[in-house]
Design a protein around this ligand. Structure first.
Ligand SMILES: Cc1ncc(COP(=O)(O)O)c(C=O)c1O
Length: 395
């Protein structure tokens, strides 16, 4: 039992510095060398301003009474309308309005879902590599994040039976849920119907919840994929999290939404009340606007991101990602002889490029690095890619 000055066990080791060593080194380099360029590719964001009608300056007190007040806990009515229309268009499903909850971005949304579905000591299966923050989200609940090597194994686990057996080997009596994110951070890959069959089989057999992370639902570069949660055997147990951060360029707005079965949503609304009460009202109105009016903006942005994805993948000689905003690059055989993964990342920082260490996405991914190809304007991205290409070739 922690007592002053100790803190709760579940928060020990949590920090805002998932990439601390590298950021500190980058800062030291800048101080030493003056104002040298640093190409920061380590956080997933965009250099684009959002759709005009959804920008901060477009939401005015003169147009919206009590703009800076609280909104209802469930969310602004106009946003709930827009969400129902968006889900019907994207996934062909008419949601029950009561079963939708607006949240303060998917990060807080997933924390609310984890609080609602897991008890301390419960286990959450993370298909690795994974979005870096989901591991800490589980820890702060007092849950256990179980890392299941997955996305890089899909080429060897080729049948539903193999995949199912692999997943099943990580299930214990404490397993409460599986976290499924597609299109995926960090690989940009997507799950097929067969992958979802395997997940559904395991979830059904062991009575597990499925947390479906849809934040990249608009960021696909070939054919529009079906939404994973609409798989007929996942849907009854899927709690689905969306966000306006990614395709809509509104990461600073902190708006997302969750839907799922009634028992989960009742608990989620309860937890949300005690977490942030409501999402920021001005940006809920902005999110409603982009969901309704932003289709052209999103189509243009998707085509542009596709171009950036291809440019980045080609520059680094890795496969073009089918979606998302990241490349996940295996540095095995591409580092200098005897160079450690950290040494490689430090060499990148010293030459001005900040990447995410693969271990942020899972303990088995030390040899990998992640970069976001949408966070810098194209000319700067090209400069960063040219540096990286030289580093990968300089062995
Ligand atoms: C897979 C995934 N889920 C959730 C989030 C969090 O999104 P938000 O900005 O809505 O908190 C991110 C952000 O990078 C992400 O990549």
């Amino acid at each position: 039992m922690p007592r002053f000055p100790e803190v709760a066990e579940s928060s020990v080791g949590l920090s805002d510095a998932v990439f601390s060593k590298l950021v500190a080194r980058a800062r030291q380099n800048t101080e030493r060398n003056g104002s040298g360029n640093l190409y920061a590719l380590h956080v997933g964001d965009t250099y684009l301003d959002p759709y005009e009608g959804a920008r901060a300056e477009a939401i005015r007190t003169i147009d919206h009474g009590r703009l800076h007040n609280y909104s209802p806990v469930q969310g602004e009515p106009v946003l709930l309308d827009a969400i129902l229309a968006h889900v019907a268009r994207r996934s062909g499903v008419t949601l029950d309005r009561e079963l939708v909850q607006v949240v303060s971005g998917a990060t807080a949304g997933i924390a609310v879902v984890v609080d609602a579905l897991l008890s301390p000591g419960d286990e959450l299966l993370l298909l690795a590599p994974f979005w870096p923050l989901v591991r800490g989200t589980t820890q702060r609940r007092g849950g256990r994040a179980i890392e299941v090597p997955f996305w890089d194994r899909l080429n060897v686990l080729t049948t539903v039976a193999q995949l199912e057996a692999h997943l099943e080997s990580f299930v214990t009596p404490k397993t409460a849920a599986i976290y499924v994110n597609t299109p995926h951070n960090p690989t940009g890959s997507m799950l097929s119907a067969a992958h979802l069959d395997a997940i559904a089989n395991v979830a059904e057999r062991h009575g597990l919840w499925v947390i479906a992370d849809e934040v990249y639902e608009e960021l696909w570069f070939e054919e529009e994929p079906a939404s994973a949660w609409t798989h007929p055997r996942l849907r009854p147990r899927a709690v689905v999290v969306h966000s306006v951060s990614k395709a809509y360029g509104l990461a600073g707005a902190r708006v997302g939404f969750v839907h799922g079965p009634a028992s989960a949503m009742q608990a989620i609304r309860g937890v949300q009340t005690f977490m942030t009460y409501c999402a920021p009202r001005p940006f809920q109105l902005a999110a409603a606007r982009v969901l309704v009016e932003g289709r052209d903006w999103i189509a243009t942005t998707r085509a542009h991101y596709r171009e950036l994805a291809h440019r980045a993948a080609d520059a680094l000689s890795v496969p073009r990602p089918p979606g998302g905003t990241f490349l996940f690059v295996d540095t095995r055989g591409r580092r200098r002889d005897g160079e450690s993964p950290l040494g490689f990342l430090e060499r990148c920082v010293d030459q001005g490029v900040l990447l995410t260490p693969g271990t942020a996405s899972g303990k088995d991914y030390e040899d990998w690095v992640r970069l976001c190809f949408t966070t810098l304007p194209p000319t700067e991205l090209d400069e960063a890619l040219a540096i990286l290409r030289r580093i990968l070739e300089d062995r």
